[in-house]
Design a protein around this ligand. Sequence first.
Ligand code: G3P
Length: 195
Amino acid sequence: TLPLVLALALGYALGSIPWGLVLTAAAGLGDIRRIGSGNIGATNVLRTGRKGLAAATLALDALKGAAAVWVAWRLWGRDAGLLAGAGAMLGHAFPVWLRFRGGKGVATAFGVLLTAAWWLGLAAAAVWLAVAFVTRISSAGALAAAAAAPAVALAFGDARLALMALALALFVTYRHAANIRRLLDGTEPRIGKGA
Ligand code: G3P
């Protein structure tokens, strides 16, 4: 069990780096948690009008999830890799540095899925892109991708991966509670239309 505990801890440590907060602060934009939805993710960074910073946030938040899975998998095997991915999600959502108030885990989940199984990461990204393109709503894309991922993994016959994807999906959905409320109210902001 020691490798599994280490994998979880490694994942948490990597996941807890709040890239959106770090990059926007470094760019002199102030505290991202006071802008838009208050979230520390790429979608909210985009609301500052800085597309490059948003893209960098997406890439780095995905990369930390990918790195967690990759390193733990190499060191201790696949199960440890998947556990490190879960750790990265927990680190991103509950970073000790931000008094445990972190993000929603969409980009990080993408990095985790992509590294666990590239086809699953690409499938989830394709669903996100399609739904976000049609609705112009980032959270709608995220919720659709989360729902699709376990089904895709199951369709490919990988039960363990499907279970992991299901756990990620439930977690991401729960972190989107406020978004779901706004979606139902019809008040969720659209990409490119500000706050
Ligand atoms: O990645 C999070 C996204 O799905 C929603 O972000 O800022 O609109 O709550 P936000």
